[in-house]
Ligand binder design. Structure first.
Ligand code: NAD
Length: 374
């Protein structure tokens, strides 16, 4: 069985889907692993390190030739995959709701697209979940970037020249990224508060030593849908939340927004009016900027200044920590394929629960129910 890994070609993508550690582990399972020259360089992995781990290193065409499985961070263009075996698997992120054309091209090419971002949120799939592994790093990097952009210190400092006040940090959306943002801001010495639409997060916020900011006694407050994801909230709830949050935001120095709803544009959490209510010199980091943004006026990869407030957001936040992000992404791939490894067949055989959840295309067709049901 041949596993191929290409250099990522999307603009600003520094990650790579294989680490030397996982190359060796795949080889131990009996696979031949091939990596494109230079694929790991932006994530601080040399060709030599892959070779030492037992991988072949070569041109894209040589690597792809007769591949059974292709691993990616972002799904490669179909044109790059000519030469792979018919029906080859491609495990990567596909952003399938926004990039349907790519999914159609994979179907047409007879490839089997496995969408890593559709990994179900069940306990046994936790170690395979790229959204979690990457969001955790993104939450950390968001706080560091905000701290760097902020013209004041995070911790309280009592000095001979006078006292520096602790920064007030407010985290909106307490999923994987938000929890890490809270923990990181606490470590830096900030005064931290947080909110979410899922009431289950209240306890998690408190357990990290931060203050929960929650609307009480409004219908539709649970906000939790299938698989632990957020659902869209009732109008009544949205109004009450906006009022509570407005008052709170005006007193913050740093706001980190992380709210996402799968398959939908990111919910708008901060309006221009709310930005105007903040003190000059405050910073907002919009982790959802690439999904449409939680913050009015945020622009990917730009520092936008409005009413004296700096608004920041990366289109690929985890990619700013490419070495760690790649190592964890590679582990997610390995944990996924190795969990289903059939020793006799010498290849992975997916079960229904996880296979059906991640498989977008098969036998020349789009097969995923979230893409076929309209
Ligand atoms: P996400 O990236 O989908 O969303 C980020 C957060 O934003 C979520 O907490 C969501 O509730 C919140 N949000 C959405 N709309 C909002 C709004 N209008 N205002 C405020 N907040 C809003 O979420 P995530 O990080 O992937 O995690 C969601 C949950 O799923 C967590 O409880 C997490 O622990 C769980 N999870 C479980 C697994 C697993 O079991 N394999 C894997 C990943 C995540």
């Amino acid at each position: 069985l041949r596993i191929a890994v290409l250099s990522e070609r999307a603009a600003g993508e520094n990650r790579v889907a294989l680490s030397p550690e996982t190359a060796k582990k795949f080889a131990d399972l009996g696979a031949v692993v091939a990596v494109e020259e230079g694929a790991g360089l932006r994530a601080a992995v040399t060709d030599e390190a892959y070779r030492e781990a037992g991988a072949e290193v070569g041109s894209a065409a040589a690597v792809i030739k007769d591949a059974d499985i292709v691993l990616g961070v972002q799904a490669p263009d179909v044109a790059l995959l000519a030469g792979a075996k018919p029906g080859a698997w491609v495990a990567a992120t596909f952003d399938p709701f926004r990039d349907r054309e790519r999914v159609e091209a994979y179907a047409k090419a007879g490839l089997e697209a496995l969408s890593m971002e559709f990994m179900p949120r069940i306990t046994r799939a936790q170690s395979m979940d790229v959204l979690s592994s990457q969001s955790n790093l993104a939450g950390y990097k968001a706080v560091l970037t905000a701290a760097n952009t902020y013209g004041r210190a995070f911790p309280m400092m009592m000095t001979a020249a006078g006292t520096v006040q602790a920064a007030r940090v407010f985290v909106m959306g307490v999923g994987v990224a938000g929890l890490q943002a809270i923990a990181t801001a606490k470590r830096l010495g900030a005064q931290v508060s947080a909110t979410d639409v899922r009431s289950a997060t209240k306890e998690q916020i408190q357990s990290l030593g931060a203050k929960p900011i929650f609307v009480e006694n409004v219908a539709g407050i649970e906000g939790e849908g299938a698989g632990g994801y957020a659902t869209e909230m009732s109008e009544e709830y949205q109004k009450a939340q906006a009022e509570l949050v407005s008052g709170h935001i005006a007193k913050q120095d740093i706001v980190i927004t992380t709210a996402l709803i799968p398959g939908k544009p990111a919910p708008r959490l901060i309006s221009d009016e709310q930005i105007a209510s903040m003190k000059p010199g405050s910073v907002i980091f919009d982790l959802a900027v690439a999904q449409g943004g939680n913050v009015e006026g945020s622009v990917p990869d730009k520092v936008v200044e409005k009413h004296g407030v700096k608004i920041v957001g990366y289109s690929n936040t985890a990619g700013h920590l490419a070495a760690d992000a790649s190592a964890l992404f590679a582990r997610n791939h390995y944990n996924f394929l190795s969990a289903f490894w059939d020793k006799e067949a010498g290849k992975p055989v997916l079960d229904e629960e996880i296979g059906d959840a991640v498989r977008l295309t098969q036998g020349g067709k789009i097969v995923h129910e979230r893409l076929t049901a309209q």
